[in-house]
Design a protein. Sequence first.
Length: 190
Amino acid sequence: MDALPGRLLCIDLQIDPATAPEPDAMAIFGARQLLAIGRRMGWTIAHARRRNSAAAPTDLSDAQQGATRPLKSERVFFRTTRSVSESPGLMSLLEEWRGETVFVVAFDHVALLSCLLACYEHGPRIILVEDVLSLRSLTGRTSIDAFRTAAWHLAAGSTTIAGILVEIERRPLPELARSPVGETHGGVQV
């Protein structure tokens, strides 16, 4: 990884039982961990979420969403299909990020592949964070291998949360990221 990206795109981390199976426990843990890291580092974070158009939107409890719930400062883009290209707002954001490196995580492998295809020629460089890819809905080793082959060919690379943490430790952190929580800088409590 040449430079640590300051952007993170989260695809379908808000689990809607009406539209998708629950992801792997390890992927949920990884998503919470990565979002905490990104928020602490001041990354630009965006969320893409699928909503079932046939049913009323499901409001999930805080316990179900936990730390994957978007903050008010994080943009959220909705769509009704598994393809991220159905969201004009998200496609516009990906165009803005064109040529930049972006970490991408997803609980839905089809939505992830649609994002990789949308970005392949004219979008941002996508770095997959392996710890936050839920492959539970794929059946059998052949399906998982086929998905991994396609995804890794379309992405600019992949990493793990441990790899991101190593990269963060190697670089000098901005003043606010180094500050303990609750400390005041310039009249602002962090």
